[in-house]
Design a protein. Sequence first.
Length: 262
Amino acid sequence: MGARKTNAKSKSKGSQAVVIFWLIFAIIIISIFIVNAATIEKNFNLFKTRITSASGAEEDIPTANEEEPAVTVTIQQPSKPASQPAEPAKPAAPEPTKPATQPTQPQTQPAVQPAAPPAVPPAQTRDRSIYYTQVSNDGQILHSKVTRRIPVSDSPMQDSLNALLTGPSAEELSKGIVNLIPQNTRVLSATVRGSTAYISFSEDFLFNTFGVEGYVASLRQIVWTVTEFQNVKDVQVLIEGRRMDYLGEGIWIGSPIGRQSF
């Protein structure tokens, strides 16, 4: 009795194991079906389409991973009718032949002569008499007249005085002719009012190293040079434009001085 019960239990356990196996297998199959339901349905539709399609009209069904090939349409141009004659080929135009280049000869231009400068008319000049001092062999002081060629200008009197201040030439110096007007003396202005010439000198005229004889000789040189002009009778000496009464040691210059004053 105990052996029978044991066999019955073994059979019952074996049946349960088989049921559990098939239950698990069914669950796995259902799970696979649920997971792949979309793929199964797609494959079923493909299978159904192939069956229903006409025989001999098989066509490739693109898969999900394949791309549809691009369709290229070729349009053929209608050919010209055979009756139309072909256009004759135009003969190629001959290229124009270039003339042989002759070596260029350098063109020599005639030398341009420079234009002669316009002739400048010579400046007009005039002889003017000026007076220096000359010491004779016996020691007597005399006035000496010389001639200078001076350009013509609007101030001939001032030009003559400037020539006087320049001093005698080397030849004149060899003859004992000297200038006793103090060095560096300048003529500031020279005007004429009536018959009197008003001559303004720089203050250098006040300092004569030859003493009284030098002052007198310098005044004589100026008066005689200026009175060479016909409209001048006497000279009023000014220093820096101002009138002074005396020059040096009591030599009167407060009024106009003429040739008769010497």
